[in-house]
Write a protein that binds this ligand. Structure first.
Ligand SMILES: Nc1ncnc2c1ncn2[C@@H]1O[C@H](COP(=O)(O)OP(=O)(O)OP(=O)(O)O)[C@@H](O)[C@H]1O
Length: 224
């Protein structure tokens, strides 16, 4: 009878460090995530949260250590091509085309993905159904964030990289965000969230990145 060990983590960061501009931003990070897992990154401004997400997305390479997906180094050619198709990235740059309608702004990504039929439902779910045929330039900041979240739902890739996803959302928007994260994980999806604002991500691993420089006194210290 073959011996079965525990399943490989879907994503494993093995002693990963990352330098930018000759500065060490992330040092010896070890994380393993299985399907349905979530990692919440917190830390002060400049601590390296976005750098962490960018590294997972393959925009910057680890300067030491390795990131494994299904046991394979994501920076290897061939592997990265497959790995990047698993990723769905949400950042503060929203890539919204002002002159297109709200619906087109989601459908465009869905079509690029070779998929169809989910965009309108996703917008309705995010509370933007009645604005679907309006030009995107009409949207408020929070509505733009909801549009980005509708894209996540329409594209439907397994690994979500969310950089400050709750910024600009109202209470209902945050609840929807928490709901779609939970739902995605129930289907086996993986979620990385970098955030300053409290959002509820059940049973998530929390990685608090250390402050990188000793903090000088600020106006806030002087006032308190
Ligand atoms: N393109 C870049 N080139 C060089 N250094 C960079 C670059 N982008 C960010 N950094 C540096 O990397 C460090 C970490 O930045 P990062 O954006 O990852 O922090 P963060 O934790 O996401 O911060 P915030 O909470 O302000 O969004 C900062 O010191 C920043 O100056």
């Amino acid at each position: 009878m073959p011996l079965c060990g525990p399943p490989l983590p879907r994503i494993l960061l093995n002693n990963v460090s990352c330098m930018r501009n000759a500065q060490l931003i992330l040092r010896n990070i070890n994380v393993s995530i299985h399907d349905g897992g979530a990692l919440v990154l917190t830390g002060a401004n400049g601590a390296g949260k976005s750098t962490f997400l960018r590294m997972i997305a393959g925009f910057s390479r680890p300067s030491a250590g390795e990131i494994l997906w299904n046991g394979h180094d994501i920076t290897s050619s061939g592997v990265f091509e497959q790995f990047k198709l698993q990723l769905n990235w949400l950042s503060l740059k929203d890539a919204i085309k002002e002159r297109l309608t709200v619906l087109d702004n989601v459908q465009w990504f869905e079509v690029l993905e070779g998929k169809s039929g989910k965009s309108l439902k996703a917008l309705e779910f995010m509370g933007l159904g009645r604005l679907a045929n309006e030009k995107a330039r009409m949207l408020s900041m929070g509505q733009r964030k909801r549009l980005q979240l509708a894209r996540l739902l329409a594209i439907d890739r397994p690994i979500w990289l969310l950089d400050e996803p709750s910024v600009a959302l109202d209470d209902e928007g945050v609840k929807l965000l928490e709901h779609i994260i939970s739902d995605h994980r129930k289907k086996g999806g993986i979620v990385f969230v970098a955030t300053h604002l409290p959002i509820e991500v059940e049973d998530a691993m929390i990685l608090r990145l250390p402050q990188r420089f000793p903090r000088r006194k600020t106006m806030v210290d002087l006032l308190s």
